[in-house]
Ligand binder design. Structure first.
Ligand code: G1P
Ligand code: ZN
Length: 542
């Protein structure tokens, strides 16, 4: 096998964001763009030779091509073994599980998560380390430095491999192992949840559920788990076929993009439980009949009910949430005497807390929930957890959540996103906010208690992450957080997170939009939001 050295020139825009390198397919398909990035990972992280890596993605456009390139480049590095999901498919949690299970050196996950796919959509690569989680900043910074000075890459001159059949063969000194994408993951969740109890619920004639796979990577996982193993009728899994363009949809499980599922849950069909996962399967959405569970509440409910999942009984010591996630979790951790942690946005920050054994569960307002048994968030894990709560209590989703609110109070919560802002407008706006620290004392009806930048020190490693968002805390306990997205692929996305706590039992069942509106309007006026960002309305509210 001949190994070729190809001369290249660096790209200046290969800095990874919140979760890997994400760009338009048109950017990724520039000559040498993908190759430069992969070689930069090999250059920045020594020790691939002879080791095992995991490779697969959410099946989006460019997935198949990228796999061929990575195999040839890994063969040139004399990687020992590459474990690839059949047809190149792995959900992100399934890849994380395999990295851990097979003690791999790391993994390449090909996905732009919930971003639209297809030729005109996004593609992405995330490099996970041997703990099964995204590489920390110290590593991604090194990779970025390499991308800026790369002059050549190595690639094996071999034909494309067949990834459609399970089996093993070699490319040069590298063993290629094509595996069933679903099997190991099923064993993983079976080790955590009581599948007999789940089967009792899911296969019961009195219980109807729907799982929306959004034509992403989790369709085959969901069909196997919910229909074939747990006995839900065929047709329980909607949009179960992975597609390169997600059927033209936006594979993000929220009230806007999973509209058909939401409509179904709010119809007279009498569906008890609705759920969805995003393109790569790490995000999730939970719905009851005529009822939506916010991700922040979901994390709080999961934590409050941990004794209902026997596997976790007596095991849970700490739980973490990302800073912008509502503080519903904090009420639970305080009541149960658990340690609570607050991290910057992005799953990788949970990783070091898990590695240090500090937390068992964690979650983000952006529809991400997960456990320390993996290092990626995991949609199906969260869904099985919810089903376990329903099976153990015999209650509906709505009853579980409303009881939770009666006990702990409710954190009304909404996130306003302004996508593809002009970069300059977005950066100027954040700087403007900084210039107002200590100056703005009121926003509408609310009195400002503190208004400041949020910086983070990792309690396990001591690593510091600066400027992770701007927080306005009000005397009333309400809170507003501003931050710029790290996952957008063009321009800048401004996210504004608004939260209002309510303990009074007569006010627990209001419309969040109604409760949050005055808070939003007071803020928008106080900081002249529309004028400064040149945008009248948010792109999406979740
Ligand atoms: C977004 C979410 C964040 C999540 C990330 C990856 O990042 O806000 O919680 O971890 O996607 O799924 P952002 O675009 O806000 O940087
Ligand atoms: Zn995702």
């Amino acid at each position: 096998m001949e190994i070729k050295t190809i001369v290249t020139t660096p790209f200046q825009d290969q800095k990874t964001g919140t979760a890997g390198l994400r760009k338009k397919v048109s950017v990724f398909s520039q000559e040498n763009y993908l190759e430069n990035f992969i070689q930069s990972i090999f250059n920045a992280v020594p020790g691939f030779q002879g080791k095992t890596i995991v490779l697969g993605g959410d099946g989006r456009y460019y997935n198949a091509h990228a796999i061929q390139v990575i195999v040839k480049m890994a063969a040139a590095q004399k990687v020992g073994r590459i474990i690839i999901g059949q047809n190149g498919l792995f959900s992100t949690p399934a890849a994380s599980n395999l990295i851990i299970k097979r003690k791999a050196f790391g993994g390449f996950i090909l996905s732009a998560s919930h971003n639209p796919g297809g030729k005109n959509g996004d593609f992405g690569i995330k490099f996970d380390l041997s703990n099964g989680g995204g590489a920390p900043e110290a590593v991604t910074d090194r990779i970025y430095e390499e991308t800026k000075k790369i002059t050549s890459y190595q690639i094996a001159d071999t034909p494309d491999i067949d990834i459609s059949q399970i089996g093993e063969f070699s490319v040069g000194e590298t063993v290629i192992e094509i595996v069933d994408s679903v099997k190991d993951y099923v064993e993983f969740v079976k080790g955590i949840f009581d599948f007999d109890a789940l089967k009792g619920l899911v296969s019961s004639e009195n219980f109807k559920m729907r799982y929306d796979a959004m034509n992403g990577s989790t369709g085959p996982y969901a069909v196997r788990i919910f229909e074939e193993i747990l006995g839900a009728p065929k047709g329980t899994v909607l949009r179960g076929t992975p597609m390169e363009d997600f059927g033209g949809g936006h594979p993000d499980p929220n009230l806007t993009y999973a509209k058909e599922l939401v409509d179904l849950m709010y119809s007279d069909e009498g569906i008890d439980f609705g759920c969805a996962a995003d393109g790569d399967g790490d995000r999730n959405m939970i719905l009851g009949n005529h009822f939506f569970v916010t991700p922040s509440d979901s994390l709080a409910v999961i934590t409050a009910n941990y004794e209902k999942v026997p596997y976790y009984k007596g095991k849970v010591k700490g739980v973490a949430r990302s800073m912008p996630t509502s503080r519903a979790l904090d009420d639970v951790t305080a009541a149960l005497g658990l340690k609570a942690y607050e991290t910057p946005t992005g799953w990788k920050y949970f990783g070091s807390l898990m590695d240090a054994g500090l937390i068992s569960f964690c979650g983000e307002e952006s529809f991400g929930t997960g456990c320390s048994d993996l290092r990626e968030k995991d949609g199906i894990w969260a869904i099985l957890y919810w089903l376990s709560i329903l099976a153990a209590t015999g209650k509906t989703v709505q009853e579980v959540v409303q009881e939770h609110w009666r006990r702990y109070g409710r954190h009304y919560y909404l996130r306003y996103d302004y996508e593809t802002l002009e970069t300059e407008d977005a950066l100027n706006f954040m700087d403007y906010l900084r210039s107002q620290f200590g100056k703005i004392t009121r926003m509408g009806e609310e009195t400002v208690k503190s208004f400041e930048e949020w910086n983070y020190t990792d309690p396990a490693t001591g690593e510091v992450a600066l400027k992770q968002g701007i927080i306005v805390l009000f005397e009333s306990g309400s809170r507003i957080v501003f931050r710029l997205s790290g996952t957008g692929s063009s321009g800048k996305t401004l996210r504004i997170y608004l939260e209002k706590y309510e303990k009074e039992s007569s006010r627990l069942n209001k419309e969040p939009t109604e409760v949050i509106k005055p808070l939003f309007e007071g803020m928008a006026k106080a900081v002249s939001l529309s004028d400064r960002i040149n945008r009248e309305y948010p792109t999406v509210i979740t």
